[in-house]
Design a protein around this ligand. Structure first.
Ligand SMILES: Cc1cc2nc3c(=O)[nH]c(=O)nc-3n(C[C@H](O)[C@H](O)[C@H](O)COP(=O)(O)O)c2cc1C
Length: 290
């Protein structure tokens, strides 16, 4: 996907918007959004391990009045007239794959000056499932409204403050070197610090930031994991964590490409001391030979 400005700026600009102007996308922008969906290669580092994904732009006029009411009763989004809805074939890595792809679309929308908000829980899944003719082999992991964002309402401010949406965990809780008890500092990360910082700024369900990344001591290799808490408070987030890691991988991958840092992705469980409580997802191997 091509962006009009540096991806680092777009990642920093993107935040969730839950209040929209109530106006549908005007013609030129609608075409640009359709272009974004139609010209997307729909490839991610998880492609080899996941089924196919597809995305559609759905607009309020496509819903009848009964459906519109159902749409309105769900969730925290106000005034949205357009939505991007996708489906992905069921497979072991379908949610990770979808997370990567949807985030690239969301960043593309941010680049166009449009507001978005990942919605994994609070939308009428069965309504959207029938609207995009989902087969029994497909799931809709999440959707996003897309449109002109309006000034935040009190309700939105409360949601953001509840989710601590503007905060992120510090480096030493997210990034490690060699094993789980040694954190990776920005200084030690060197040219990779920008890539990891872009991961850190990413959105995640409930802003839980479940990604944990380990750099191998002697190599430019990064293993991506998610936390795996067993207590009830976190269980509701377990189906979102694969999406969150897809988002993290997209930020790392897009930033690496932009900065000309070459490497490739592989899924091959490593042995990391102290990582037994985490779930392994994917590894990035840098091409730079030391
Ligand atoms: C997979 C996923 C699912 C999400 N689901 C919802 C949701 O159902 N409702 C909602 O209001 N926000 C949802 N969010 C948005 C997060 O709450 C938000 O990204 C996080 O609080 C960080 O804020 P920011 O996006 O403004 O940086 C979701 C985010 C992700 C990544």
């Amino acid at each position: 996907m091509e962006f009009s400005k540096p991806i680092i700026n777009i990642i920093q600009e993107r935040i969730s918007h839950r209040t929209y102007s109530g106006h549908s996308l005007e013609k030129v922008l609608r075409e640009k959004v359709l272009n974004l969906l139609e010209n997307h290669d729909l490839i991610s580092p998880f492609s080899k391990y996941a089924g196919k994904a597809r995305f559609r732009l759905l607009s309020i006029p496509e819903f009848n009045s009964k459906e519109r009411k159902k749409l309105g009763t769900y969730g925290f989004i106000k005034g949205a007239q357009d939505f991007i809805v996708g489906a992905v074939e069921k497979s072991q890595y379908s949610r990770e794959h979808y997370g990567y792809l949807m985030e690239t679309i969301i960043l593309g929308a941010t680049d166009l000056g449009l507001g978005t908000c990942w919605l994994g829980g609070f939308f009428n899944r069965s309504l959207f499932t029938s609207k995009i003719n989902c087969t029994s082999d497909e799931i809709i992991p999440a959707i996003t409204p897309i449109g002109y964002s309006a000034q935040r309402t009190v309700r939105e401010k409360v949601i953001r403050s509840f989710a601590k949406a503007d905060k992120r965990l510090p480096w030493d809780q997210l990034f490690f070197e060699g094993n789980h008890s040694v954190s990776l500092s920005k200084e030690k990360a060197g040219k990779y610090s920008k890539l990891l910082e872009m991961v850190r700024l990413g959105p995640s369900a409930g802003n839980k930031q479940p990604w944990r990344i380990f750099k191998v001591l002697t190599r430019d290799t990064f293993h991506f994991y998610t936390i795996n808490p067993k207590d009830g408070r976190f269980l509701q987030y377990s189906k979102f964590r694969p999406i969150d890691i897809g988002i993290a991988v997209s930020h790392f991958d897009l930033t690496a490409k932009e900065l000309g840092i070459n490497g490739n992705w592989i899924i091959e469980t490593p042995q990391i001391p102290g990582a037994d409580d985490l779930i392994y997802k994917i590894t990035w191997n840098g091409d730079d030979k030391k």
